[in-house]
Design a protein around this ligand. Structure first.
Ligand code: ADP
Ligand code: MG
Length: 275
C-alpha cells in the first residue's frame, strides 16, 4: 500500500484561481446516522469539483471521530489540533490531498474538542473565516447527529447536504436532523444525497416522502416553504468498498463506476446551482 506522507504546507496562501467569487461557497456534509457515506461523498465530491477547475478545501469537522486522513491515506504531521493549540499556523496545516484538493485534517488528537466549548467555537469560526477568501469551495465533513458541536459546524456553512441511506434507521435520523436544521437554524433549503441506493428512483421516492413529512411542521406560508432537494442518488456499489479498502478515492480508482458518475453529477449540479 502506498503511503502519501504530507508534511509540507500547501502553496495556497497567495493566489486564488478560476472563479470570480469573492469567498468560498461553504457546504456542510452531514447525516442523522453515522456510517452512511458522508466522508466518501465529501472526499469524492471535492475531487470532482477540483477536476472542474475549482479550488477546494475539505475540513474534517468530525472532530470526535475524524477519519478523512484514513480514507485519503494521509499521515499528517500537522493537524487542526496543532492549529487549535497554536503549535502550527493554519497555513502549515492545509495539506494537498490526492484528487487535487486541499484538506485540513483533524486526526486523532481532536477527541477532546468533540464538546462544544467557547474555545472550539472561536477556533472553528476563525478558521473558516480565514480560509473562505482563498478557496472556491470549503466542504465541512461533519459528524453525524444533532449534538451541539455538529450543529455548530453546520451553522458555519451556507449550504447543507444531508447524506442518508434508504434504511429506516438512517431515514428517521435524517428526518430528525433536517427538522432541527429547519427549526433551529431556520434553513429553508437542504440538499439530499441518497447513498447506497439499491434501485433506480429510490432517491426520488425517499426525498418526496421526507419532504412531505417535513412540510407539516415548517411554516405553510409561501415565503417559508421548505425545500428538500435531491442532489444525487448514489447506488450501493462494490467499487466504493474496494476504494475505501485501498484507501484511494473512488473517482481516481474507479472513475467509471456508477457511484463515481453519480458524484460527478452531484458536482455538476452544485456548480449549476450558482457554483
Ligand atoms: N455507495 C456505497 N456503496 C457501497 N458501500 C458504501 C457506499 N457508500 C459508503 N459505503 C461504505 O460505507 C462505509 C462508511 O462510509 P463513510 O463515508 O466513512 O461514512 P460516514 O462518514 O458517514 O461515517 C464506507 O467505508 C464504505 O465501505
Ligand atoms: Mg466520516
Amino acid at each position: 500500500m502506498s503511503t502519501t506522507t504530507s508534511t509540507t504546507a500547501a502553496p495556497v496562501a497567495s493566489t486564488r484561481v478560476s472563479t470570480s467569487r469573492e469567498v468560498a461557497k461553504t457546504l456542510a456534509v452531514t447525516s442523522g446516522k453515522g456510517g452512511v457515506g458522508k466522508t466518501m461523498v465529501t472526499a469524492n465530491l471535492a475531487a470532482a469539483l477540483a477536476a472542474r477547475g475549482q479550488k477546494v478545501l475539505v475540513l474534517d469537522a468530525d472532530l470526535g471521530l475524524a477519519n478523512l486522513d484514513v480514507v485519503l491515506n494521509l499521515h499528517p504531521k500537522i493537524t487542526l489540533h496543532d492549529v487549535f493549540t497554536e503549535k502550527a499556523s493554519l497555513e502549515q496545516a492545509i495539506l494537498p490531498a490526492p484528487g487535487g484538493f486541499y484538506v485540513l485534517l483533524a486526526g486523532s488528537g481532536m477527541v477532546e474538542y468533540s464538546r462544544l466549548t467557547p474555545e472550539v467555537r472561536d477556533k472553528l469560526l476563525s478558521i473558516i473565516d480565514q480560509v473562505k477568501p482563498r478557496f472556491d469551495w470549503v466542504l465541512l465533513d461533519t459528524g453525524a447527529g444533532i449534538s451541539d458541536v455538529v450543529l455548530y459546524a453546520i451553522s458555519l456553512a451556507t449550504d447543507v447536504l444531508v447524506v442518508a441511506t434508504p434504511e429506516p434507521t438512517s431515514l428517521t435520523d435524517a428526518y430528525a436532523t433536517i427538522k432541527v436544521l429547519a427549526t433551529q437554524q431556520d434553513r429553508r433549503h437542504v440538499g439530499l444525497v441518497v447513498n447506497q441506493a439499491t434501485r433506480v428512483g429510490e432517491g426520488k421516492l425517499i426525498c418526496g416522502q421526507l419532504q412531505q413529512v417535513l412540510q407539516r411542521f415548517v411554516g405553510p406560508t409561501p415565503g417559508q416553504a421548505f425545500k428538500l432537494e435531491l442532489l444525487a442518488e448514489v447506488k450501493s456499489d462494490l467499487s466504493v468498498r474496494q476504494a475505501v479498502l485501498k484507501r484511494q478515492l473512488l473517482l481516481e480508482h474507479f472513475p467509471g463506476s456508477d457511484a463515481a458518475q453519480a458524484i460527478k453529477g452531484l458536482a455538476n449540479k452544485l456548480l449549476g446551482n450558482g457554483g
